[in-house]
Each structure stands twice: as C-alpha cells, then as structure tokens.
Design a protein around this ligand. Structure first.
Ligand code: GLY
Length: 364
C-alpha cells in the first residue's frame, strides 16, 4: 500500500520536500495557507529572499559543516535534471558571484576565504582591481580586490516558488490551503514539519526563531546603467550587502537583526541598503525603487538547519537561516532518506539530536 506523508509548510523547503517525496512514491499532502497566493506582507522568507546560492564565498575558517552542507546542495543545483525541470517552468539560474573589497582589512578577509575554501577543494579566484573592472565594469572604481566564485549560482526565488508549486501539482500532491495547529490531527503515516520560523510553535523543543531581514527590489529604467551580471557581495561600513541580478533589475539585501515576528520595513533599513548598494554600484540611484520588503528567516542557534526525525512519525526540516533556497535540494534528499529510514550522511551535521532539547524525544 502507498505510504502517506503530510508536509507542513509550503515555502521553498516544504515544496522541495513535497516534490522529492512524491517522486519517491509517497502520497503527499502539502499544507500551506498561502499556496498559490503569496504576498510580500506575509513575511515568508522564501518569497522575500534574494536567491543567492553562495556557500563558497560565504565560507569562513572553522565553519566546515556549513561549507560541506552548502556545497553538497550547490552540487545538486547544478544537476541537469533539476535544471531542466526548472528551465521548463521558466526559472533562470544565473552563474557566478563576485565578492569585492574596498580596504585592506576586507582584502585580507577575501584572501583568508580564498585560502581556506580553496584548501577544502573548491574553486575560488582572487582578482586584481583591473580584473574586477573587466568582469563587472559598472562597479565602483574604489574596489581594490575581488574574489570570484564562478561555480556559484543565483535563482529568482519567486519564479522558483511558482515553479515548485506547479511541479508538486503535476506530481499529484494534494494541497490544503489552511494552517496546521495540531500535528496529531493529521492522519498520514508520516509528517514533515517545514514551517520556517514558526516550526517551534508546532514543535516547541525545536530551537528555531525569527531573524528579520529587509530587502529591496530595484527595476531598471530606460537609460539606467546595466546592473552587474553576477551576484556581487561586499562589506560597506561594516555591513554586509549583496546585489543579485534579476531580469528586470536587481535585488539588494539584506539587513539582519532580531525583532520577534515584526515585518515592518524600517527607514533605517532602506537607507542603509541604498547607501551600501550605491557604494558598490554607483549608478543604482537611476533605478526605480520597485519594492521594499521584510522577511523572517528561520534562525537556528548554530546557523545549521535542523533536519531529521524527531520520533517514529515526525521529521523536521527547519532552521535554514540565510540559506533556505541554497539548502533546499540537499534538505529534500535528507528528508526523503529519513522517511525511508536511512539518514543522509551528507546532512549528518543537521540532525536534531545535537540539541539537548531534542535528544529525549527522538525514538529510532
Ligand atoms: N539569503 C541571504 C539573506 O538571507 O540575507
């Protein structure tokens, strides 16, 4: 008899899990009140996100687990079968990222990342000022060094969500557009909780909390200078900023701070993002400020997601922080592996039992 699973949460993680479970032969029901009707004001991380897939250039000495998990998922993003499925649904995946330094301290950081990530076997390249200018002529002449990661990617997160919605429908996933408040009320054999920061409301021991991020969407106007063609990251006045290209302009992100479940966009957030983007890409002022938004990332205590079985019925997939879009493919494989009873070795760092609050409830 076909086994059944409920997936609670229809963000990028839940959608990827539902798609993978259906492909593995499970009868899947997906619960999400906003399925097919996403709105910026909901604050859902998947809809607000930038779509940057950059685990290598965001690597840092000592963060082995996050680098390994992120690069395992980046490999899956390069999978021709996934790419063909997404391309057939209109999702463009763009290649390359460039991190730029404005001063000697930032330049030293870029060399540290290049050395450490390179020593783990990944392909990063330090670029001189003139090489950066050749690659991305629209960037500020104040850039003094660059770090190129040609194998990194970016994806339009909203096109991705819509494509995954159509993919799960095509695979026969049943959609229930209502919130879940009680896991015991679900009648399926198994339950996957992928409800972002609100996962801890359903599973109180899971240490996931909202981490606010503000982000801008800028649209090119007639006569605007061309935006960079790859993801550009920088530190400006000690604040991280990134610019992700989109067909019609670019996305500028993101602030990061804790303020409960507040999704108001603040004046200071927009001011800082615009100032920092202008330091990187001086022509940004010509663009239309098309949208400001705030989303709630699901933060975990160690910045590694919480993915695995909590008991014989419930699997959790949450706590992806800044990396939900990046980590969705490896998370889906890990969740299906758990449903089949065999954890995925590549995702062992994400198992829930690393947290004392989750060791007692786990029954294998
Ligand atoms: N995905 C990058 C961020 O959350 O800022």
């Amino acid at each position: 008899m076909q086994r059944s699973v409920s997936v609670v949460g229809g963000g990028v993680i839940g959608l990827f899990c539902a798609r993978a479970a259906a492909a593995a032969g499970w009868s899947v029901t997906l619960h999400d009140p906003t399925f097919g009707a996403r709105a910026v004001g909901d604050g859902a991380a998947s809809w607000v996100a930038g779509g940057m897939l950059a685990p290598l250039s965001e690597g840092w000495p000592g963060e082995h687990a996050l680098l390994a998990l992120g690069s395992a998922s980046l490999r899956r993003w390069h999978d021709p079968v996934l790419r063909a499925d997404l391309a057939g649904r209109g999702v463009v995946v763009s290649s390359g990222s460039l991190t730029v330094a404005f001063d000697s301290a930032d330049a030293a950081d870029l060399r540290t990342v290049a050395d450490w990530v390179g020593a783990q076997g990944h392909d990063l390249e330090i670029l001189s000022r003139s090489e950066v200018r050749t690659l991305e002529p629209s960037l500020s002449p104040r850039v003094r060094l660059g770090l190129s990661a040609p194998g990194e990617l970016s994806v339009d997160n909203r096109a991705l969500v819509l494509a995954l919605e159509s993919a799960v429908r095509d695979r026969g996933v049943q959609i229930i557009r209502a919130p879940v408040t009680d896991l015991d009320a679900l009648t399926t054999d198994r339950v996957v909780v992928a409800a972002g920061w609100s996962t801890s409301r359903l599973l109180p021991g899971v240490p996931v909390r909202p981490v606010k991020g503000e982000i801008l969407r800028l649209r090119a106007r007639s006569g605007s200078a061309s935006a960079p063609t790859r993801t550009v990251r920088a530190s400006v006045n000690g604040r991280a900023v990134y610019l992700v290209p989109r067909g019609d302009g670019l996305v500028v992100g993101a602030t990061q701070y804790e303020h409960g479940d507040d999704t108001a966009v603040t004046v200071a957030g927009v001011r800082d993002l615009l100032a920092d983007a202008e330091a990187v890409f001086p022509a940004v002022g010509d663009y239309e400020l098309a949208e400001t938004a705030a989303g709630l990332r699901p933060g975990s205590p160690d910045n590694i997601p919480v993915v695995g079985r909590l008991d014989d019925r419930v699997v959790v997939a949450a706590g992806h922080g800044r990396n939900g879009v990046l980590l969705a493919p490896v998370t889906a494989d890990a969740v299906v592996a758990e449903l089949e009873g065999e954890p995925l070795a590549e995702a062992a760092c994400a198992l829930p039992e690393r947290f004392p609050s989750l060791t007692r409830t786990r029954a294998r």
